[in-house]
Every structure is written in structure tokens, then in C-alpha cells.
Design a protein. Structure first.
Length: 465
């Protein structure tokens, strides 16, 4: 068996060694007795040099290389050399002096997206256009239509590795704190969050829904005495709005746990989990973050060692003091949330914080009212850069009251009767939260659209690829 080297691992210490790599031909240029093939693998590129001089490669081999189509899969054997120019962190400083080149599988001659163009930042595009370079600006729809090509860019390779790490930290952290990973059904009889945003379907002749969250079944797992559970899974919302932060299918990171004294115990988990997550990304994913930043510049997220907690009333007061009038018992709209994010940043120097004790009227039926004042509830939202990534709460664990709340909010109690009944068999006080994975990636990386952080996004207008 032959020894393969990853393009991302090519570096100066390998100088003069004979290596074998496989990549995609990103760019091919031929000039006289020389040809250059830039090979890319997992977002890392290396320039491969073929020269006819001194018979290093034959004329037919040179011509063969010059005739490669972009994005074809190509094997190269050769000697590592160091030309002494630094390009950037994803383009290797070393080159390969090619001895052999072989196309393993050809890509079609003209592609709908040029990956090299798709990888450029706005600033680079402006510069290139000023220099009279010919390039096609790749718009978002084109990127999503040909997503398989689009996700080859270094920034996208970084984004989905960061997404992977967020899920990884979520799982590892919760396992280390005694949580059990569960898998709840996505085909359910009644809607789990209420409201209109539910996909309805026919389940062998019976009406059913795609789960809008694992809400009901994660609570039932607590009734089943697991104590603390979590889930990473698909969540479906029949969103009508076409916004930068709503998808029709996203990945939910869900937590549910028994509460001994206070819903603050749930916020404590959010606090420790997310500080660990942000630390892990900053400490171990610098290369990926840099790859994202080169195409989509952003400032590192500001967060505190202990996450700031403000009550909803305090938030309303801050907005009021800044001259923003909002309904003190209504939900905050996107604009008010952004504004509050700014005010919090100015006052507390953090872009990550928890807002809790929301008015009961704006929360789902299963939310526990505050014991001291039922106008408010034992609930919270969590924000990154002024946008919501989490909502959570203590739940109603008293069955008759739960049924009453559901009914009051217009939910067909019969369709969730097995859920309500679960609390009749002995149920401890409990609470939890749900995180939108794509939103965390988007906001941690300061990106402007959730479609950038979903591998194959589903929105009201898109169900393919
Ligand atoms: O706020 P949501 O709807 O809350 C729940 O689903 C509760 N069951 C959570 C709980 O345990 N109490 O959704 C939770 C999170 C939001 O904070 C947001 O980050 C994300 O899911 N989210 C969406 N992400 C992308 N597209 C959508 N349409 C989203 N809707 C919610």
C-alpha cells in the first residue's frame, strides 16, 4: 500500500520528500514547458508544478495536466519543495514538483460554480473587479442550487467543522454531567409547540404532525425517571416567513432535567455548557475560524466567564431608558432584541447573555408561571449578538393545570392526552431548553444568514437539493 499525505498537512519539514496526494484540480495553467495545477483537499490547497525541463515529466504528461477540467479528482506524486512565499493559512507554502499525475475521475468541463470565485470575500471581489479581472459573483441562490460545489470553499469547510464541534461539545459536556442521550419520535399525533408552524401529514389514515421540537417526549422521558436527558435531532417548522434566521428544518439541541429548587439550575447548565463550547472553539478551532473569517470577516464573540442574567423587566427598563418603547408584557421583536443586545454590550461588555422571567402570555402552554407573580413565568431566552439562540423554562408538572393551560391556548388537549397523562403517574419538577444549532454557528461566526450554516437548507421556497 502506498502512503498518502493530506494536502492540509503538507509543510516545510516535508521538504525534499516524495509524497502522494489526492485532491481536486482547482486551477490549471500551462505556459511553455511548465504547467501548474492547484490541488485542493478539505479546503486546503497546494500548487503542483510540472516541468518538461530536464525531462522531469514528458510532453504528453504536461499536455494531459493542462487539459484537466476544474474540480476533477487528481492524484499527484512528486517531491515537496519550498518556494519561500507565504500565501495564507489554507494555501500551503510548499509546492509539489510533480513526477506523476493521474486523473481519477473527471468533472464536467464547465461547472455552474467556480469554487475559487465562490471562496472570495467581498473585498477581494471588489479588488479583482477593479483590476479588470473576469469573475462571476456567485449569489446565494446559485450557491444553494449547486451546494455540493459551494460547500467545497475553505469558509464552508470551516463552518461545518465548527458546527460539528458545537454538537460534539454539547454531547460531551452533557454526558460528563450525567445526562442521557435520547431519541424521540419525529412523527407525532399532535403539534408539540402549538401555533400554525406545523407540517401536517397523513399517518396511515390518521392525522399526524412532524415534531416541531422534542418538547413533549423529552418531558415524558423525565416522567420516565431518566433525571437528565438531551437530544440532537431534526426539528420541523412550517415557517411562513422568509427571514435570515428561520428554516423549515433545523437541528435542535435539546435538554430536559429535573429541578430541585429553582429554574436557575437550568440556566446554570446553559452557562457552563456555552462557556465550555465557546472556549473549545476559540482554543481548538482557530484554523476553521480563520478560514471563515477570511471570506466573511467578523470579530470574536465577547462573552463572560459567568454568563450575564437579566430579568425581562430589567431588559424592558434598559430599552425604555434608551428611548425605545416596547410593550412590557409583550414579546420583543427582532429589532428590540437587537437594540437590547447593543445596550447590553455597551453596559456589560458581553454579546452573550440570558434574559429570564418572561411574561407568561408570550410563552408556550407548558411553561410554569412564576410562583410569586403569575403574570411572569419561570422561563428564559438566550442571545448571541442580539439574536435568540435558545429558549427554555421550567415546565408545568401538575397534570390538570397543564391541560387547563393547553386548552386556554387553543390546543386540542385530546391530541396530546398521552403527554398530559404522563404527569398523572408521578412527575418531578423539571425544566429544560432548546438550542437552534444553525443559529449558534451563524451568530458565533457573525454570519448574516442561517442558510450559510445549514448544509442543505430547507426554507419556504426550497426543498432541493
Ligand atoms: O424557541 P423555540 O421554538 O423553543 C422550543 O422549541 C422549546 N421546545 C424549547 C424548550 O426546551 N423550551 O425553539 C428553540 C430554538 C430557538 O431559540 C432558535 O434558536 C431555534 O430553536 N429555532 C429555529 N432555528 C431555525 N429556524 C427556525 N424556524 C427556528 N425556530 C426556532
Amino acid at each position: 500500500t502506498r502512503v498518502w499525505t493530506e494536502i492540509g498537512k503538507l509543510a516545510e519539514p516535508l521538504k525534499d520528500q516524495y509524497v502522494l496526494v489526492r485532491g481536486r484540480a482547482q486551477r490549471i495553467r500551462a505556459k511553455g514547458k511548465t504547467a501548474f495545477v492547484v490541488l485542493r483537499e478539505r479546503g486546503f490547497t497546494v500548487q503542483c508544478v510540472l516541468t518538461e525541463q530536464d525531462g522531469v515529466v514528458s510532453r504528453p504528461m504536461l499536455k494531459y495536466a493542462a487539459g484537466l477540467s476544474r474540480e476533477s479528482i487528481v492524484d499527484v506524486e512528486g517531491v515537496v519543495s519550498v518556494p519561500g512565499i507565504t500565501i495564507n493559512s489554507t494555501t500551503q507554502q510548499v509546492e509539489i514538483q510533480v513526477r506523476k499525475i493521474l486523473c481519477v475521475n473527471k468533472a464536467m468541463p464547465t461547472l455552474p460554480i467556480n469554487v475559487e470565485d465562490a471562496a472570495r470575500s467581498d473585498v477581494e471581489i471588489e479588488k479583482a473587479l477593479q483590476n479588470g479581472e473576469q469573475l462571476v459573483r456567485v449569489n446565494q441562490d446559485t450557491r444553494l442550487n449547486y451546494r455540493v460545489l459551494d460547500i467545497r470553499t475553505p469558509a464552508n469547510q470551516g463552518i461545518f467543522r465548527i458546527q460539528c464541534q458545537i454538537g460534539n461539545v454539547f454531547r460531551q459536556f452533557l454526558l460528563s454531567e450525567g445526562f442521557v442521550e435520547i431519541h424521540t419520535p419525529k412523527l407525532i399525533a399532535g403539534s408539540s409547540e402549538g401555533g400554525a408552524s406545523v407540517f401536517k401529514l397523513d399517518y396511515k389514515g390518521k392525522p399526524a404532525c412532524l415534531a416541531q421540537s422534542p418538547q413533549l417526549h423529552k418531558q415524558m422521558a423525565i416522567c420516565g425517571d431518566f433525571g437528565r436527558v438531551f437530544e440532537i435531532g431534526a426539528v420541523f417548522r412550517a415557517e411562513d416567513s422568509f427571514t435570515h434566521r428561520h428554516l423549515c428544518e433545523f437541528t435542535g439541541l435539546d435538554v430536559e432535567m429535573e429541578i430541585k429548587e429553582h429554574y436557575f439550575e437550568v440556566m446554570d447548565v446553559v452557562d457552563r455548557l456555552f462557556v465550555a463550547m465557546f472556549d473549545s472553539l476559540n482554543n481548538n478551532f482557530a484554523k476553521e475560524l480563520e478560514a471563515v473569517r477570511r471570506q466573511y470577516p467578523f470579530e470574536p464573540l465577547k462573552y463572560l466567564r459567568q454568563t450575564l442574567r437579566l430579568t425581562f423587566e430589567e431588559g424592558i427598563q434598559m430599552l425604555k431608558d434608551a428611548g425605545v418603547e416596547v410593550d412590557p408584557l409583550g414579546d420583543l421583536n427582532t429589532e428590540a432584541e437587537r437594540k437590547l443586545g447593543q445596550l447590553v454590550l455597551e453596559k456589560y461588555d458581553t454579546e452573550f447573555y440570558i434574559l429570564h422571567r418572561y411574561p407568561l402570555a408570550v410563552r408556550p402552554f407548558y411553561t410554569m408561571p412564576c410562583y410569586d407573580n403569575p403574570t411572569y413565568s419561570n422561563s428564559f431566552d438566550v442571545f448571541i449578538r442580539g439574536e435568540e439562540i435558545i429558549s427554555g423554562a421550567q415546565r408545568v408538572h401538575v397534570p390538570d393545570f397543564l391541560a387547563e393551560r393547553a386548552q386556554a391556548l387553543g390546543i386540542d388537549v385530546q391530541s396530546i392526552s398521552t403527554y398530559v397523562d404522563s404527569f398523572r403517574y408521578g412527575a418531578p419538577p423539571h425544566g429544560g431548553f432548546g438550542v437552534g444549532l444553525e443559529r449558534v454557528v451563524m451568530l458565533f461566526c457573525g454570519l448574516n444568514n442561517i442558510r450559510k450554516t445549514s448544509l442543505f437548507p430547507r426554507d419556504p421556497l426550497r426543498i432541493a437539493p
